[in-house]
Write a protein that binds this ligand. Structure first.
Ligand code: UD1
Length: 419
């Protein structure tokens, strides 16, 4: 397994170009099962989770061609298998996103249950409840969700918890259902909006994406179209924290500042000077030590759970005491123990991490346990004195494209140690 070696201590400085959003690319790839003709997707990030999705779509029978790395064509005309097998779902829970499209367009889907996950139980009951409301017959057999429906019918679905992939799955099922569907308490994440825009171009009739009520009028068929995936707000936020944690100056380009308001507010509160343009954000920490901040995660537009671990690293070296409260997932503080091994003064109490900032972390061998936890260890390594080796880098590679190259561009001393 690859590792990353980081020699910490230098202030980062420079510009970095943000890739397409993982969490938009995955549902949009699943949506490619819906139209009659081929889809062309641009700005698709080169990530392990995208590779897993491509494998899954190929298993289902879609033909996928890569053009120059970031552009790919998905032709669903030969789809003939309607299964997401355990060996793929267990590596990437978002594989469940093929459930809605397969059922809506082909009337059947067998999708392995994701099982336990490193960051808590993460059930799929809302996906199943919504599809049942639309008339699907669903049973759980041999660890698989077995879903059947000759035709789905529009329904009013109230989600009792805001679920991002739940909203996306139900939206993709509803676009070809008969009649009107309404999803209440829908997720408002920009990635949900990007999926809705893609579906709209394909001929779907969707209103209200980006609000908590989404209305969908079912249509008979959809067509293949071109779409460029929106920029990754979590990758953007992570590089900005890299600037802040090292006292540096970082500009992220080709991003969407309006999707990062809660994160930028916290970075300003930490003492960073922030400037934004139409598609860029510049953070300047002017060589100063950040101030600790209090962060509470919640569904968009509040502070994202996917940025919590990075702020935990920031608080670890900041002046003062800060708290991170996680309200979306249980058990999402695996990074805290590893940060302690680097000298952080943290206490975890239930769903909160209280941190008294120390002046310096010290490099150590650490283990990545999930995607965002691993990002926080990389950030801590950049700020630490000495050498940090982050093991199990495949977690980082699930969600960050060429992280060592992008950080090197900013002046970090980082290299990949191949297995
Ligand atoms: C998505 C993101 C992930 C992000 C998360 C929260 C993708 C591919 N992944 O994950 O990066 O951290 O949103 O912003 O977009 N829940 C249920 N029943 C369900 C579904 C969810 O109880 O059927 C609960 C979950 O346990 C969790 C909460 O709802 O407590 C939110 O989870 P959800 O929004 O569904 O997360 P994902 O869509 O899996």
């Amino acid at each position: 397994m690859d590792r990353l070696e980081i020699i910490g201590g230098s202030a980062l400085s420079g510009e970095v170009r943000i890739s397409g959003a993982k969490n938009a690319a995955l549902p949009i790839l699943a949506a490619c099962l819906l139209p009659e003709g081929p889809m062309i997707l641009e700005n698709v990030p080169h990530l392990n989770d995208v590779t897993t999705t491509v494998k899954l779509l190929r298993r289902i029978g879609a033909e996928i061609t890569f053009h120059d790395g970031v552009r790919l064509e998905v032709d669903p005309s030969r789809v003939a298998h309607f299964e997401a097998p355990y060996e793929l779902v267990k590596t990437m829970r978002a594989s469940v996103l093929v459930l809605g499209p397969l059922l809506g367009r082909y009337g059947r889907a067998d999708v392995s249950l994701p099982g336990g996950c490193a960051i808590g139980a993460r059930p799929v009951n809302l996906h199943v409840m919504g599809l049942r409301a639309m008339g699907a017959e669903i049973s759980i057999e041999n660890g698989y969700i077995r879903a059947r429906a000759k035709r789905l019918y529009g329904a009013r679905i109230v989600l009792d918890t805001v679920s991002v992939t739940g909203t996306e799955n139900l939206m993709m099922a509803a676009v070809l259902a008969k009649g009107e569907s309404v999803i209440e308490n829908a997720a408002r994440e920009p990635e949900v909006v990007d999926l809705a825009e893609t579906l709209g171009k394909m001929g779907a009739v969707i209103e209200g994406a980006g609000t908590n009520t989404i209305r969908i009028q079912g249509v008979e068929t959809l067509q293949g179209v071109n779409h460029s995936v929106l920029p990754d707000r979590i990758e953007s936020g992570t590089y900005l924290v890299a600037g802040a944690i090292t006292g540096g100056r970082v500009r992220v380009n080709r991003t969407r500042p309006e999707h990062l308001e809660a994160v930028l507010d916290k970075l300003s509160e930490a003492g960073a000077s922030i400037q934004v343009g139409p598609d860029w954000i510049e953070l300047d920490m002017r060589g100063e030590r950040p101030r600790a901040v209090d962060v509470r995660t919640a569904p968009y537009p509040a502070f994202p759970t996917d940025m919590q671990a990075q702020f935990c690293a920031l608080n670890a070296i900041a002046a003062g005491t800060g708290t991170i409260t996680e309200t979306i997932f249980e058990n999402r503080f695996m990074h805290a123990l590893e940060l302690q091994r680097m000298g952080a003064d943290l206490v975890t109490k239930g769903n909160m991490v209280v941190s008294r900032g120390v002046k310096h972390l010290t490099g150590a061998p650490v283990m990545a346990t999930d995607l965002r936890a691993s990002a926080s260890l990389v950030l801590a390594g950049l700020a630490a004195k000495g050498v940090t080796i982050v093991d199990r880098v495949y977690h980082v590679d699930r969600g960050y494209e060429r992280i060592e190259e992008k950080l090197s561009q900013l002046g970090a001393e980082i290299r990949r140690l191949p297995d």
